[in-house]
Ligand binder design. Structure first.
Ligand code: G
Ligand code: MN
Length: 285
């Protein structure tokens, strides 16, 4: 679908009014314990003729039509309600479940953004740091000079923060210590190379070391194979999302996965001696 598919603009505006937008939830898994520690909220549009559309099909056009903030608030409104309903789930020890929502530059820079977020937290009585906002590295790199101050204000009202698509702009490494963030979400190309490309592994390893040195968690995006998950775990990556665990789910299924898990267990730590032991026949001395 072309990004100039202007037919979609009035239909999209109608979809907001007619409740045709849907939020799906993708599980975030703690790589060491296997617990489903939260979800990322992902927007879908149930188009009457074209079926279920993904953001890639309509975000560019929504941006041109100035509709990104409206869509962003739709996801936040529905997501906050869903997050409030998770209180009835069995708790995970020491780890409050988080819901992560993507925020566009145009939404973040709205004059009343922080106030509206604070109001949402109050309205749904959300526990501190359970609502998380993801801002892309691009938004931080190209966005307003006010972004760091905005992030500090958001932190103060009890929001968790993550840098999304981390690594795609090669610019935020130096700012990791300066921004008040909880997590970085490692961009998919780094995840795809993990375990098979030594240079890639050393980049991932350095990002993890640097993030951890600043008390920032590393979350891998788009983990598709067991070997990617296992290698990320070995490299010390904290959490991950991806088809290996589960694609985005409707809210009811997401809640079931939080209660029952996503079937991941960390690979047993290999002892270094296991690797060094030469193969020996049983009758050898
Ligand atoms: O906002 P963010 O850049 O995190 O967007 C994540 C996108 O990637 C979503 O549209 C989601 O559906 C998609 N996605 C989630 N898991 C996987 C995966 O394992 N592989 C691929 N290729 N895409 C994924
Ligand atoms: Mn994201």
């Amino acid at each position: 679908m072309s990004s100039l598919d202007l037919d979609l603009v009035p239909a999209l505006a109608r979809a907001v009014e007619e409740d045709a937008l849907v939020v799906h939830y993708q599980p975030e898994v703690d790589l060491a314990s296997g617990a489903v520690v939260g979800m990322e909220a992902l927007l879908r549009w149930q188009h009457p003729k074209r079926g279920l559309l993904w953001p890639v099909d309509f975000l560019a056009i929504a941006d041109r039509a100035g509709l990104l903030p409206t869509l962003g608030w739709e996801v936040l409104r529905r997501g906050a309600k869903e997050l409030a309903s998770w209180r009835s789930l069995p708790p995970i020890e020491d780890t409050p479940r988080q819901l992560w929502v993507n925020v566009s530059a145009s939404q973040l820079l709205q004059a009343d953004f922080v106030d509206r977020i604070a109001a949402l937290i109050t309205e749904h009585e959300l526990a501190p740091n359970t609502l998380g906002l993801e801002v892309t590295e691009e938004t931080l790199a190209t966005g307003s000079k006010h972004a760091p101050q905005l992030l500090r204000e958001l932190r103060e009202v009890g929001v968790a923060l993550a840098i999304d698509d981390f690594g795609s702009w090669y610019s935020a490494l130096g700012t990791l210590g300066e921004l008040p963030i909880d997590a970085v979400k490692l961009d998919q190309p780094f995840v795809r190379g993990v375990g098979s490309d030594l240079e890639n592994d050393s980049i991932v390893s350095s990002v993890i070391a640097l993030a951890h040195a600043h008390g920032v968690r590393v979350v891998a995006e788009g983990v598709e194979s067991w070997s990617e998950g296992a290698r990320l775990c070995e490299l010390g990556c904290d959490r991950a999302l991806g088809y290996l665990f589960s694609g985005p789910q409707i809210a009811e299924h997401a809640r079931l996965m939080m209660a029952h898990g996503a079937g991941w267990s960390a690979p047993r730590q290999r002892k270094p001696a296991d690797d060094q032991q030469p193969a020996r026949l049983p009758l050898e001395g």
